[in-house]
Structure formats: C-alpha cells, structure tokens
Write a protein that binds this ligand. Structure first.
Ligand SMILES: Nc1ncnc2c1ncn2[C@@H]1O[C@H](COP(=O)(O)OP(=O)(O)O)[C@@H](O)[C@H]1O
Ligand SMILES: [Mg+2]
Length: 555
C-alpha cells in the first residue's frame, strides 16, 4: 500500500486539501497554526495520521462512532479519498459521511451491497484490519514509548494483543466449553449405561426353559384327558343305545307276560263256562279240551318268545359297558386345574417374552450408547488437543518464542547503528515454584552491563522505543503477509536533544532502506529537521482552516 494522493474535504480543520505524493521517500510534515502562533493544532496529524485509517477502516484515534465529530464544524458532509498503488494497480478508496445520516464507502468508485461487504473486500485488498494497521502503519501520537514503559507482566499481554494472539484465548475458551459440554454428555451416557446394567445374559433363560417344558407336560396331560373324555362319550353313547334296546326288550317281555297271563285267565274262565254267554248253547268238554290245548300251545309259543327276549335282555345286560363317570369327573376337575395352569404358564411366557424383548432393546440401546460414547471420546480428545494448542503453552507460546528473537534482532539492528546498546527480550522466567511466569522482560545492556529501561536518558529511551515499535511493525506486516509500504511516525522524538534527534533521523532513513518502506511520514513540530529531509509538507492553519503550503523544499 503505497499512498500516492490524499484528498480531504471538510475533514477536521481541512476544508479542501489535496496532497500529491508522487515521489517515494521520507516526508516531513510540519505545521503552523497562525491563529495561535504555535505548531500544535495546525492540522498535521489531521492530514495523514487520522484520515488514512478513517478512509480504510472507518476508525481512527479521533473518530467517535460513525465519525460525525470529524466533519468540519458547521458543515454537513465530508469525505476522505486515499489513492494508493498496490501491485502496480491504482486503488482509490473514498469514505463519505453525511452528518447524522449515512456513510458511503467506495473502492475505485464502486461499492458492494452493504458497507460491511465493501469493507471486507477493502481489507482483503489492503491485507490488514484496523488493529494491525494501528500497530504497524500508523503509530499513535505520543504512544511510541508505551510498550517499553510497561511492566514485564503487562508487556507480554500487550505484545500478545498486538500480535493478535489474544484471539487464541477466545478459541481456548470455546474449545474448553465444548470439552465441558462433551464431558457432561459423556457422563450422561455413562449414567444411562449403568442404568441399563448387564444385558449379555437373560435372567429369564432358566425360567423360560422350565415354563416351556411344564407347558408341554400340561398340554400332554390335557390331550390325554381329552382322549379319555372322547372315549367316555363313546361308552356313554353305547350304554345309552344298549339301555334303549334293553328297555324295548323289557317292554316286549312285559307285553308277552301280560298276554300269557290274560290267556291263562281266559282258559280258566272258559273251562268253568257251561254254555256260551252269547248264543247260550252248551259247551262240551271235548270242545273245552281242544280250546285249552290250542291256548296252551299259544301260551307256550308266547313263553318261548318271552324266554328268547329274556336271554336277549340278559345278553344285553352283559354287553352293557361299565360307567366311568366318576373317573371322568375326576379328570374334568384335573382338566380345569390344568387349563388354569396352562393359562398362567402362557401368561408367564408372554411376560418372559416381553422382558426378553426389552432386553434385546436394551442391548441395542447399549450398543448405540457405546458407539456414541466412542465418538464422543474421540471428539473430546480432538478438542482437548485443540485446548492445549490454543492454551497459553500452545500456539501462543510457540509464536511468541519464535517472534521474540526476531523482534529483538530487528530492534538491535536499528539500535546498534546508532548507540552502543543491546536489547534483550526474555519471556517466561522460572519461578521458585518451578512454574514459568507469564512475563516479557526487556533488558537493555551497554558496555557496563545490564540496566533497567528507566536508567537510560530520554533520548536513549526514545530510540529504544522507536526501534521496538519498528521491529513490531515489521513483524506484524510479515505476519499479515503484506508488505507495509507506508509508515506514519507522529511526533516520535519525545525528549530527544538535537544529537539524539539526528540519530533517530539516521535510524529512520536506515529503516526505510532496510525494510523497503516506500513512504515514511514523519509528523513533527521541529522545523530544524527540514535540512535532513527531501520532501517537506507544511500545513498552515488560519481562519479558513488548514491547507498545505506548497512551500519549503516541497515541489
Ligand atoms: N470538527 C472539527 N471542525 C473543525 N476543526 C476541528 C474539528 N475537530 C478538530 N478540529 C481542529 O483540527 C485541528 C486538528 O489538528 P491536528 O491535526 O491534531 O493538529 P496537529 O497535529 O498539527 O497538532 C485542531 O486545531 C482542532 O481544533
Ligand atoms: Mg498531531
């Protein structure tokens, strides 16, 4: 990002300022506030330090909220337009704000569906976000020394923030939350598994076998009883049939006997008769004998037949099967008992079957739970690994351990050209407890040994701060994968005397060459420095606001 033009309209004290930056090199930005006679408040920072991040990110040191406070008092609309060259392509970014209304962001005159969308595209093009920008391109005025002044414990956390390593704390927290969540899910599964108990052996196996065999026995007994009952019914039928036949025979026999009796009585009566009661003729004894004889023959015939029937009755009686009713009654009682038992056994089998079905279900559930538990444990192990990776001793420590020597080398490279000082950065001191402490010590040594930062002079401190910040800036740009081609140094001299200022100017020139910065903007109130710089820009502020004076050495 090599800035080639800055246009400001109604931006802070600038009404219409156009700054062309054709040449590469070091730009000295000086200023005069004609209203006060001082350099302060001339509009120097308002020319580059503030509008560049506002245009690129909608944020800056001075920007509050959407940036209405950046609009020149009494005006309703402002814009900042920055043109830069990246990979030989011209990129013009313009951010326009209408007071209390809207902000419009365009890249080469175009914008996305939303400002958020355009912003994302822009950050991709320039290769950094605001946080990286403010720690690498545009150091805040008066904050150059803040890093070195920090206590060792603060220094490390600030460095981690600058390197954006604190984002890993967020990832660590998230991974921990997931691990805890997985752990509680795992505990739930364990609980469910313990409630399911042993599903490998059915507690009903024995009982089922006994019940089934008893069912078979009972069924056999029942079918035996059924057969007996059938037999009984057949016998009863036979008995009934024979009884009927016997009754008929007895009836017949009875009629024969009555007939015989009647005939005998008739004969006796006839023998005693002297004449016919109807015709009154005399009945002769010969006639009586012959009639008696005929009747006796008839009687004998009848008696013979009765005897046959009697024999038949006797035979039938013999044939008559013996009743087995009592036995059948007993069997019926047993049948009822057995049927009841069979009912109970079948009910029992159903319940055994149901519990066995439950067991099969439980077995399936157990298998699913065990599978889920395995998946959960695998996932938990992955997240535990992530937790370790995102934790303080993971990626963060790895990056810090690798970056610190680099920062140290770059800083020493800068410092070593100017003064005989050596900077040493140390992380993680071993504590008495054996634990490592989370600190970043910056130890500065000269030919007499190690000294505290506070022991050095104002000029030396400024130099140390400057070197450290440049080193950080270079590291950050390397990490973001973008070459920072522009560096803005806003009043970096602090309490430097003329000699130290000259040294820092040398260091700035060295840094520009060594790290190939296309443009370095040095904002200062120090007019004495004009002789050591090619490109001078003077900002003058009067009643009409701030404007650039095409003055001094500036063409
Ligand atoms: N909204 C505003 N409208 C007009 N002028 C403003 C507004 N906000 C700040 N200023 C003025 O703009 C100037 C900003 O100066 P700045 O660039 O910080 O000065 P320098 O860096 O030269 O000391 C100050 O004089 C300040 O009063
Ligand atoms: Mg300023």
């Amino acid at each position: 990002m090599n800035i080639t033009q800055i246009k400001l309209h109604n931006y802070l004290s600038h009404r219409n300022t156009k700054l062309n930056l054709i040449k590469d090199g070091l730009y000295l930005i000086l200023g005069r506030n004609k209203l006060t006679g001082l350099s302060n408040g001339a509009g120097k920072s308002g020319l580059v330090q503030d509008p560049i991040p506002y245009a690129y990110f909608g944020e800056s040191n001075r920007c509050l909220g959407a940036g209405d406070n950046l609009i020149t008092d009494g005006q309703d609309k402002m814009y900042v337009e920055i043109t830069s060259i990246k990979n030989k392509k011209r990129i013009t970014v313009r951010r326009e704000r209408i007071r209390n209304k809207t902000t419009k962001l365009t890249i080469n005159g175009k914008c996305g569906n939303s400002i958020k969308e355009t912003q994302a595209v822009l950050e991709k093009i320039i290769g950094m976000d605001y946080d990286t920008f403010r720690h690498s391109v545009g150091f805040e005025q008066g904050k150059m020394s803040s890093f070195s002044k920090l206590l060792p414990t603060e220094a490390k956390s600030v460095l981690m923030r600058i390197l954006q390593l604190d984002k890993y704390d967020g990832y660590y927290k998230r991974a921990k939350e997931i691990v805890n969540d997985l752990k509680s899910k795992h505990d739930e599964i364990e609980m469910e598994l313990s409630l399911l108990g042993d599903t490998d052996v059915s507690p009903n196996t024995e009982s089922r076998r006994d019940t089934e065999s008893r069912v078979k026995t009972v069924q056999k007994q029942l079918s035996k009883i059924e057969k007996e009952y059938k037999r009984y019914l057949e016998i009863e039928n036979e008995r009934e049939e024979i009884k009927k036949q016997l009754d008929e025979l007895k009836n017949k026999e009875y009629h024969y006997k009555i007939k015989i009796d009647q005939l005998r009585k008739k004969i006796e009566k006839f023998i005693q008769l002297k004449s016919c009661p109807f015709c009154l003729q005399k009945i002769f004894s010969a006639h009586k004998v012959s009639i008696k004889k005929a009747s006796l023959i008839e009687i004998k015939k009848l008696e013979k037949q009765a005897k046959i029937i009697d024999v038949q009755i006797k035979e039938g009686t013999i044939k008559m099967p013996k009743s087995i009713a009592d036995k059948v009654e007993q069997s019926r009682e047993q049948d009822n008992e057995l049927r009841e038992e069979l009912g109970n056994l079948k009910a029992r089998l159903v319940s055994i079957e149901e519990t066995d079905k439950e067991l099969v279900k439980a077995k399936k559930k157990k298998a699913t739970l065990a599978h889920n538990k395995k998946l959960l444990l695998n996932k938990m192990n992955d997240y535990l690994l992530l937790m370790n990776a995102f934790g303080k001793n993971g990626i963060q420590a790895y990056i810090i351990d690798n970056i610190i020597p680099e920062i140290q080398n770059i800083a020493n490279d800068i410092i070593g050209r100017i003064v005989d000082l050596q900077l040493n950065m140390q992380t993680q001191k071993q504590l008495k407890s054996g634990k490592e402490s989370e600190t970043l010590d910056i130890i500065i040594s000269d030919s007499n040994g190690d000294k505290s930062y506070y022991n050095y002079s104002g000029g030396e401190k400024t130099l140390i701060d400057f070197a450290l910040r440049i080193a950080l800036s270079v590291i950050l740009s390397r990490r973001s994968g973008t070459q920072i081609e522009t560096l803005i140094l806003d009043e970096p001299f602090g309490f430097c005397d003329a000699r130290n200022k000259a040294k820092i100017m040398d260091a700035i020139n060295f840094v520009r060459r060594r790290f190939q910065f296309k443009k370095i903007f040095l904002i200062t109130h120090d007019y004495e420095l004009q002789d050591s710089c090619e490109n001078i820009i003077e900002v003058i502020k009067d009643r009409g606001g701030s404007r650039i004076k095409g003055g001094l050495k500036n063409e």
